[in-house]
Design a protein around this ligand. Structure first.
Ligand code: ZN
Length: 422
């Protein structure tokens, strides 16, 4: 199987089965309900995990939760720990509703402090980092590879977190001394403080996957500085770290990058409430993971129509698929996990067993299960059938309208009737 790798700017072959395939995905910073854009890396990671397992790989997926961060301090001054605990639970509840299962490990940054401190100490000992009044900074000048992942040249880099304590404006914080108003802090060789964002991921990946692993995944907005910095820290400390870097494309909201700062907030929770999990999953299938995807009422409605199309296949008789159907489906996924191509291959399938097997990879086997109509509607359908048998077509029409008002459609089939949700 091949996947596109940001570092080498080309497709890379995965090792042969059974691997192992060790994967790390950057999870959310928890300070509010996650937005629909944050669901994309979770969905892609879980699908890829399911597909690799289906192919016979031994997969270990880690997706972290960043529960200490400036965003959380700013969102709840003096109460950041409570907010982070609440928002972690929202994240777990909302992603659970996608019906894709869970990653193998979901570590929290606040539960990984000893490992983070130990890694920073190692970097300080190797002179890759330095202490300055309780802060610790990574010394970018000591890592000549810096900028290779993101393709940025050192002289182009802007300082997004200026501080007079830095030796060089490109340096970034590994540890931050506690500031006034921050309600969480931990002991360290440099005094009370808390970790920087980037070092958390380096430490959590290593804790669960070891010093080298096959795949690192995250949103395209994380390439710089987050992933560039993760890589610099871990490689400076002598670890191989990630071998392949996958970056998913962003959700575009009416043509603009969906960002909370623009006020375009659509939480995963609200989108599930409005459209249901199956429509959201099919929506994500329609876009290649590495490309941007348009999020709008139109694209969601199109996904809902496809969901109904799949349900419709299972209402009809099963017909065996065209020769080589599964092989074509497999080939689409093996070539850079191309879900839109896989979806196109599945389009004409009427073979129930084949279609259910493919849908199951994406958490959509539920589309093969017909929803049961409530007893009241079944009773109306029976009365309608009797009215038709007695050639009382006015009564049959009246009953049909009543069934439709209850949200169902009565269809006449050879051995009676079939009730289908409208
Ligand atoms: Zn990360």
């Amino acid at each position: 199987m091949q996947l596109y790798d940001t570092l080498t700017r080309g497709k890379q072959e995965l090792p042969p089965t059974p691997g192992p395939i060790r994967m790390y995905t950057c999870g959310p910073t928890v300070y509010q309900r996650i937005h629909i854009g944050n669901a994309r890396p979770f969905v892609i990671s879980m699908w890829l995990r399911r597909w690799l397992a289906e192919r016979g790989y031994d997969v270990n997926l880690v997706e972290n939760i960043t529960d200490v961060n400036d965003k959380i301090y700013n969102a709840a001054p003096g109460h950041s720990a409570e907010l982070a605990a609440q928002a972690s639970q929202w994240y777990l509840d909302d992603t659970e509703r996608l019906g894709l299962g869970r990653p193998d490990h979901e570590p929290k940054a606040t539960e990984t402090i000893p490992e983070i401190v130990a890694l920073i100490e190692e970097l300080v000992r190797g002179e890759f980092a330095y202490e300055a009044r309780g802060d610790v900074y990574f010394r970018v000048a000591r890592f000549p590879e810096y900028g290779r992942l993101s393709g940025q040249r050192p002289e182009q880099l802007e300082d997004d977190d200026p501080s007079p304590l830095k030796e060089d404006p490109r340096d970034f914080a590994l540890w931050k001394a506690t500031k006034e108003g921050e309600d969480t802090s931990w002991d360290s060789p440099w005094g009370r403080g808390r970790p920087g964002w980037h070092i958390e991921c380096s430490a959590m990946a290593e804790k669960f996957l070891g010093p080298s692993f096959e795949i690192h995944l995250g949103g395209l907005d994380l390439v710089f500085p987050h992933h560039e910095n993760e890589r610099a820290q871990s490689q400076a400390a002598g670890r191989e770290f990630a071998r392949l870097w996958m970056h998913n494309g962003m959700l575009e909201f009416v043509g603009e990058k969906m960002s909370k700062s623009l006020g375009n907030v659509a939480s995963l929770h609200d989108v599930i409430e409005q459209w249901g999990r199956e429509t959201i999953l099919v929506f994500f299938l329609t876009g290649h993971w590495s490309k941007p995807i348009d999020f709008s009422d139109e694209t969601l409605a199109a996904a809902a129509a496809r969901v109904e199309g799949f349900r419709e296949v299972f209402r009809g008789p099963s017909e065996s698929g065209p020769a080589g159907a599964w092989e074509r489906f497999e080939a689409a996924l093996e070539d850079d996990f191309n879900t839109p191509d896989a979806l196109a291959v599945m389009h004409g399938w009427r073979d129930h067993e084949l279609l259910r097997r493919a849908l199951d990879i994406f958490g959509l086997a539920s589309l093969a299960e017909e929803q049961d109509a409530p007893p009241k509607v079944v009773e109306l359908a029976k009365q309608r059938q009797e009215a038709r048998a007695a050639r009382d077509f006015d009564e049959a029409d009246r009953l049909r309208a009543e069934i439709e008002a209850a949200g169902w459609e009565a269809r006449d089939v050879a051995d009676g009737f079939q009730l289908v949700p409208r």
